[in-house]
Design a protein. Structure first.
Length: 415
């Protein structure tokens, strides 16, 4: 039986009532905050659309480094009381718009004005919806590319089937002789090699571009519920799953050896850009990293709300992780840095073809694209599909594929 992870969003509403001078300061919003007698002022202004000049409602306006902020009203106006006096960085955020930050000087007991305009995302991406060509209305969870031959994996009840396309998705047909329980992850390992991992430890692989497929078993060494697979070359591979399960092979999957990470959390993502350097992450606020092929691991605490679902690592000094709440993290070879995704949708997959060009996908048909290593993420094809997207493949800077629930298959080509 295939393992299906519950990725439903969990909403927690917290209502706090502060009866302190900080929030109920009597008649005004400037002076001192009444707690630590910090000089403060008031900041107000109007936010408009850079193109239409119309006011923009629902923009989150916040003071960088302080838990102070508000949202704009229907007329675009906002007011933030008790802003610490001095030079402050004010950030304007709204889904569908590019985030903007401006430095402003706030004087004690004074009202400062900061009005600005924000620019909507403009994308020239060309996405094509090929879902009508999908042979099944199931959950497509993975996609891999072998020399122009595309392979999709779809979960249907308790079985998973591989599908292939030889004509850029115009026709998609099942790969005969390959039916396995729940393929959760697929990767390519060269021009002609690809691997898939199932929740029960079953593997599928091809070494000749899909001409023939072999089924194998990782075995009990990694436990059950395997979720992710990574092969830096044709012989060396790694799998990871629930309850800290992790295993490695150095003989092309003939044998597998358990790897101890010292962490018992559920792993959803494994990525090894080389046989020595790798990353692990999952249902926890940490990312594990190894530089010796999994013999030893270091754990880094990261600023995320909950789970990480996928990692893409073109090399040992460039990696991206995505997860719940629109989280995107970038590893620069030294530390993990939060990037602004401009969405709170859960993200389930990420793929980079080099150090700059990549895509991330998630709930409600969310597709994010970057061409500068994640410095900016732009939403693409917002009305293409409403179904959650669970897999993405960056073939090149000018081509990508995304797959998801109900047989969603999308294809990107640069204009």
């Amino acid at each position: 039986m295939s393992y299906i992870r519950n990725k439903a969003k969990i909403s927690l509403s917290i209502f706090l009532l502060f009866l302190s001078p900080l929030f109920l300061g009597g008649c005004g919003g400037s002076g001192t905050n009444g707690v630590n007698s910090v000089p403060t002022g008031t900041l107000s202004g109007v936010v408009t659309d850079a193109s239409t000049k119309a006011p923009v409602a629902g923009v989150t306006v916040s003071v960088y480094g302080d838990n102070i902020g508000t949202t704009t009203l229907s007329n675009g106006q906002y007011t933030i009381p008790y802003v610490p006096a001095g030079s402050q960085i004010i950030t304007f955020r709204k889904s569908g718009y590019q985030t903007k930050s401006i430095t402003v000087s706030v004087s004690s007991s004074q009202n400062a004005t900061l009005s600005t305009s924000i620019s909507a995302f403009v994308s020239t991406a060309s996405w094509t919806d090929l879902s009508a060509n999908s042979p099944v209305k199931a959950s497509f969870s993975g996609v891999s590319d072998l020399n122009g031959i595309l392979f999709f994996s779809s979960n249907i009840s308790t079985a998973s089937t591989l599908y292939e396309s030889l004509d850029d998705g115009a026709t998609i047909s099942p790969v005969t002789g390959v039916t396995t329980p729940g393929i959760n992850s697929m990767v390519t390992t060269g021009a002609l090699s690809a691997w898939g991992i199932c929740g029960d430890g079953t593997t599928v692989s091809t070494q000749n571009g899909g001409g023939a497929w072999t089924q194998g078993v990782v075995g009990a060494v990694a436990g059950g519920g395997l979720q992710s697979i990574s092969f830096p070359n044709q012989m060396t591979g790694f799998v990871a799953g629930l309850n800290g399960g992790c295993a490695a092979t150095t003989d092309g999957g003939v044998t597998w050896t358990a790897i101890s990470t010292g962490v018992s959390m559920d792993f959803y993502a494994v990525a090894f850009p080389s046989v020595t350097n790798g990353f692990l992450a999952g249902n926890g606020k940490v990312i594990l990293q190894t530089a010796d092929g999994g013999k030893t691991w270091t754990s880094t605490t990261v600023n995320i709300p909950s789970a990480i679902h996928a990692i893409s690592a073109p090399n040992a000094t460039h990696a991206w992780a995505v997860g719940n709440g629109g989280v995107i993290l970038f590893y620069n070879g030294v530390q993990w840095i939060n990037q602004n995704s401009n969405t709170t949708n859960d993200l389930y997959a990420v793929s980079f073809c080099d150090d700059n060009n990549g895509w991330a996908v998630g709930d409600d048909g969310m597709i994010l694209h970057t061409t500068d290593g994640g410095v900016t993420w732009l939403r693409e094809a917002p009305n293409m599909t409403v179904f959650p997207l669970r897999g993405v493949l960056a073939v090149s800077p000018t081509e990508a594929w995304a797959v998801g629930l109900y047989g969603a298959i999308l294809h990107y080509t640069a204009p």
